[in-house]
Design a protein around this ligand. Structure first.
Ligand SMILES: Cc1ncc(C[n+]2csc(CCOP(=O)(O)OP(=O)(O)O)c2C)c(N)n1
Ligand SMILES: [Mg+2]
Length: 286
């Protein structure tokens, strides 16, 4: 991790849009290589969430890789745990894991399982994979912060298909009831779930209006615009409502033959497709 002289190890490493974009690019490349090595994974959802993760881990979250349980750290939960490879890559870029360990993704005895496990991986706050649990846990964390008068923040990323889980709506209601202003929910609104679009499966629209009606301070942003994401995520919440961000994204973002296709939810790219994806992502022939 790059530490700018005069800044603390707990500060995020990126300064400015190009560093955040580079951080997000490295998340895409790391997760692509990990999935290719493992022969399994969820590349479409890794790529839709990569810019959001890049802004959070590169520009917003206060963390200490030498003390994953530092009490003052910001809490982050990737509720859509099937995008674990992108979370592991972000944690590696922040110094929680050696980069080479990413190549053990989902292997027997690896610390990096197919879904995040807090007992195995430093920096993972809670286990995810079964959809619909990350937001309720995040509400519990933010309630704890409120009761303690703590200044750290809690962030949770939920898939849009995942928003069909009823547990989320109970958690939304309670967070607003308690006025959990230190809690930020980000919905990765890529409009696809496993095998089909959200709207033809169990429609969510108008999602922003529903979140507002549940008492959340709701914003709709372009989930691939790192400046726009940084502006809203880095800004402390001075309201008395929890904050919801509907991030419009593209599943498979960055690779032409993956973008917007449900098939890439958990399809594994061939060696040739990995090469082609790297060319498109980096603009450089590998
Ligand atoms: C409770 C539960 N039901 C089903 C699954 C299987 N599953 C894994 S990912 C997924 C689709 C999730 O779609 P979405 O939340 O939109 O994620 P993204 O598009 O970001 O990949 C499903 C159904 C699961 N992990 N948990
Ligand atoms: Mg989705």
């Amino acid at each position: 991790m790059k530490v700018i002289p005069g800044t603390s190890v707990t500060d995020p490493p990126c300064h400015g849009v190009s560093e955040l974009q580079d951080f997000a690019l490295r998340i895409r490349l790391g997760s692509l290589r990990a999935i290719s090595a493992a022969g399994l994974g969820h590349v479409g959802g890794d790529f839709s969430v990569a810019d959001i993760l890049g802004v959070l881990f590169g520009g917003v979250l206060r963390l200490d890789p030498s003390r994953p349980d530092w009490p003052e750290r910001d809490r982050f939960i990737l509720s859509k745990g099937h995008a674990a490879a992108s979370l592991y890559t972000a944690l590696s870029l922040r110094g929680f894991l050696p980069e080479a360990e990413l190549m053990t993704f989902a292997a027997n005895d690896s610390r990096l399982g197919g879904h995040p496990n807090r007992q195995k991986t430093p920096g993972v706050e809670t286990n995810t994979g079964p959809l619909g649990h990350g937001l309720p846990v995040a509400v519990g964390m933010a309630t704890g912060a409120q009761l303690q008068g703590a200044s750290w923040r809690t962030f949770v990323i939920v898939g849009d298909g995942e928003m069909q889980e009823g547990s989320n709506w109970e958690a939304l209601m309670y967070a607003a009831h308690r006025g959990l202003a230190s809690l930020t929910l980000i919905v990765d609104r890529n409009r696809l779930q496993q095998g089909a679009s959200t709207e033809e499966t169990n429609a969510l629209d108008p999602l922003d209006q529903k979140l507002s009606a549940f008492g959340w301070d709701t914003h709709v942003v372009d989930g691939h615009d790192v400046q726009g994401l940084f502006d809203i995520l880095a800004e402390p919440n001075h309201s008395s409502q929890p904050r919801a961000i509907v991030a419009d994204t593209i599943k498979g973002k960055g690779v032409s033959f993956m973008e917007g296709l449900a098939a890439w939810h958990h399809k594994v790219p061939s060696a040739e497709q990995v090469d082609q994806a790297i060319v498109e992502l980096t603009g450089v022939r590998s």
